[in-house]
Design a protein around this ligand. Structure first.
Ligand code: AP5
Ligand code: ZN
Length: 212
């Protein structure tokens, strides 16, 4: 299936996407990870404010549409079924996505803002496999070490409280309208993202299985 997972920063998109990959064999297409791998790419030929994606990301701002649309286009061209995570984030990306693919399901993980900040500032990520943990809600067996592959865990540069709040504000201004757009189109499946990861997964899996 072609799946879209919407939700604010820290709502659990990455966490649930990994499970969707295991269960349904879809490709995880995440603009955040793709951009983190290309933080230093020179984009100064575009008529934009900063010279690299990393400068936007560390400020909590959106990377220019031209850069992100290109990443998604080539990732979707190679994918036989996907879960899209972190895209689209504004109206123009939504229109672009509509022009290049068809979606089977649009899921929205609903989480309150104060909960988001706590999740983001406590998140730890494996530098080798990308698995996500949390210092309170999802501790690895051994502090600082990935359960899945033994890799070292690190804190993302944009997971400070200040940048987390900025990202949530950017989400409210630019991406919340995208959620409304799919809601009005009658295709949005709303999921309570404040349950435990396992409970959220049950709802996500059932919603996808129903449409697959
Ligand atoms: P991106 O990497 O997409 O970050 P984000 O949208 O801010 O989302 P996150 O990865 O922070 O959160 P998540 O929902 O995946 O949560 P997770 O599962 O890890 O984007 C980063 C930056 O890149 C942007 O700011 C922008 O600059 C740029 N960018 C990316 N896409 C772009 C685009 N399309 N256009 C322009 N710019 C773009 O969970 C979070 C934590 O909570 C974890 O610690 C986890 O263990 C824990 N957790 C998860 N689920 C639960 C639960 N149910 N209960 C308790 N804790 C939980
Ligand atoms: Zn790992």
């Amino acid at each position: 299936p072609n799946l879209l997972l919407l939700g604010a920063p820290g709502a659990g998109k990455g966490t649930q996407s990994r499970r969707l990959v295991d269960e349904f064999g879809v490709e995880h297409v995440t603009t955040g990870d793709a951009l983190r791998a290309n933080k230093q790419m020179d984009i100064s030929h575009l008529d934009v404010e900063y010279e690299t994606p990393g400068e936007y990301m560390d400020a909590g701002e959106l990377v220019p549409d031209e850069v992100v649309n290109e990443i998604v286009k080539s990732a979707l061209a190679d994918a036989d079924g996907y879960v899209l995570d972190g895209y689209p984030r504004n109206e123009s990306q939504t229109e672009y996505l509509d022009s290049i693919t068809d979606l089977d399901a649009v899921l929205y993980l609903d989480v309150d803002e104060e909960e988001l900040v706590g999740r983001l500032t406590g998140r730890r990520v494996c530098e080798d496999c990308g698995a996500t943990f949390h210092v309170d809600f999802d501790q690895p067996e051994e502090a600082g070490v990935c359960d899945e592959c033994g890799g070292d865990l690190y804190q993302r540069e944009d997971d400070t409280e200040e940048t987390a709040r900025e990202r949530i504000q950017v989400y409210e201004d630019n991406t919340a309208p995208v959620v409304e757009y799919f809601r009005e189109a009658g295709v949005l499946v709303e999921i309570d993202g404040e349950q435990t990861p396992d409970e959220v997964w049950t709802d996500v899996r059932d919603a996808v299985a129903e449409r697959d």
